[in-house]
Design a protein around this ligand. Sequence first.
Ligand SMILES: Nc1nc2c(ncn2[C@@H]2O[C@H](COP(=O)(O)OP(=O)(O)OP(=O)(O)O)[C@@H](O)[C@H]2O)c(=O)[nH]1
Ligand SMILES: [Mg+2]
Length: 683
Amino acid sequence: MPTFSPESIRTVALLGQGGAGKTTLVEALLHRSGALPAMGSIERGTTVCDYDQLEKTYHHSLYSSLVHITHADTRIHIADTPGLPDFVGRAIGVLPAVETAAVVVNAANGIEMMTVRLMEEAKRRGLCRMIIVNKIDAENVDPEALLQRLQTSFGKECLPINLPAEGATRVVDCFFNPAGEADFSSVEEAHRALVDQVVEVDEELMARYLEQGEISPEELHAPFEKALRDGHLIPVCFTSARNGAGVRELLDVFVRLLPNPTEGNAPQFLKGEGPGAQPITATPDPRKHVLAHVFKVIIDPFVGKVGMFRVHQGTITRDTQLFVGDGRKAFKISHPYLLRGKDFVEVDALVPGDIGAVAKVEDIHFDAVLHDSHDEDHIHLLPLAFPKPMHSLAIEPKRRGDEQRISEALHKLCAEDPTIQVSHHAGSNETVISAVGELHMRCVLDRMQQHFHVEVNTKPPRIPYLETITARAEGHHRHKKQTGGAGQFGEVYLKVEPLPRGSGFEFLDQVKGGVVPTQFIPAVEKGVRQVLDSGPIAGYPVQDVRVIVYDGKHHPVDSKEVAFVAAGKRAFMDAIAKAKAIVLEPIVNMEITAPEATMGDIAGDISSKRGQIQGTDSVGAGTMVIRAQVPLAELNNYQAKLKSVTAGQGSYSLQLSHYEPVPPNVQKELADQYAKTAHAEQD
Ligand SMILES: Nc1nc2c(ncn2[C@@H]2O[C@H](COP(=O)(O)OP(=O)(O)OP(=O)(O)O)[C@@H](O)[C@H]2O)c(=O)[nH]1
Ligand SMILES: [Mg+2]
């Protein structure tokens, strides 16, 4: 396979709402370019990109996947991404690998939640953006109205490069050779609107345009790229992946109008950590040092670890030695690959703009920078904004003895997917998996079973309640033991006081005259701390308490550490029992994004969950954001609830805000449960 120069490479990510037709469009593009004799289909599970068994089961892409197409002597790398909200992290993950984000809109459904979200994300990342309106062949579509809505939502910069024609069986070009009849609007007008918009970025060209009335497409090339880079132009193309309308034209647009790696907005790398980090820009020059970024890792049970990376600088060949991040041990790329769905295609060299893969390199991890010189370490990419996983389940092995294998499987899954988190809660001895949503969670569990052959039982995780006190109180204990020879003696008087919320724990020594000798004070503190893990009401950790030891007694022979640990513990238990303890619950900040029409139902539901609405904002395209504070304990299964209220169009994020006392009835319930389990343990 020939090596292309960076100038003859294009990189595009297809993004957008689930079901918009991205995966099918990749089939159509592959077929049109001659790379596939016949198109596969989602329904039969035969597409190049959705090759995973779970993708075939769900009829949706769950992972991003890559193909490369040669068209008009140009190599086009295309990343197909998942459009379901749970997997948005995997779509966002590929953004650092491409110059252009092509957001695919379903002509039948119009602008949807993920359309808005991904348009925003691509803009934040500084990518060139274009919109592909797909499914123009479908029933009841109105591409004219949709084009207007795109302009209202994303700006007048959204201008058509072509328009549907002959009842959406083909498209007519409005840029290169504007001639012919479109199904709506005028080709001539669309052409003029494009040129008007493009010349605005170049004053000299604009003057000439006003004088001559026309500018050739060649002269428009450089200002076109600038307009894309500046977000001054968002080209719109129309396609039907099903009947092939606009597919060849889309390949032409990719080749002739999209930026090559030297024309796009280069991604921002940083050298060094923290606030002192210096921005550096990679130069897409094949002769310089290698700089590549790993944007995806998969752990295949057969092939092992596969890292997918984008080359930003330098050339990678069979002999290239590369370092992973700040690692000191180089590895040799013995086989540089391109990917085509699940297939590896070996190539001689990868140059800036190429998206390649390497297998069986253990040190490779997600977001790693690969380079070939010690001068290039401590380089990383500006971090991506991944959704925080908030859907949690506690797991335990179905089969005893599987603990180790489960832990290994989880470790691998986390290495692949930055939106999965695993934590272990010592208090409840629970292993908790957090995923972005219910479907994401189901896929994680399915994958554990299919690829790693481990099965788990799941249950909702315990809510991390806390306990605290609301009144001052005094406590006392005399520990005295006389068994045979040496005795044990220690006596402690202490006070407890409530502290402001979030202060934690304080321990003060105000003993006068050495009645409790200084060397035993740490023992008293140790005893007190033993109680902190398990509060008096329901066994949750105790917080925001000050303990002051002010008096006591010792014995010259029998006083020893154990005696004061025991006395401190008992004295603290005595005090806390009188200090009007309460249970605190975590309150989270919640941000719900959903269609405007569902806002009433959502707000009502939040109020019924003891939540407080703090504000709402419109984010355009009929979409609103509600901000609220809600007790975490009320949000079990919220994903399912929101899904039913919004017909799958809503999404939400959570963040811990603060702790508040639980209502008395909840406290009683927790106390009763605790009493029951404590009883059960005693029996
Ligand atoms: N009528 C019509 N149907 C299409 C077209 N393109 C795709 N479809 C159908 O739409 C459905 C969804 O297509 P996909 O290609 O899976 O959509 P996607 O954008 O990849 O969806 P996710 O992977 O979930 O993000 C499938 O049933 C396709 O056959 C089109 O141009 N016209
Ligand atoms: Mg897909």
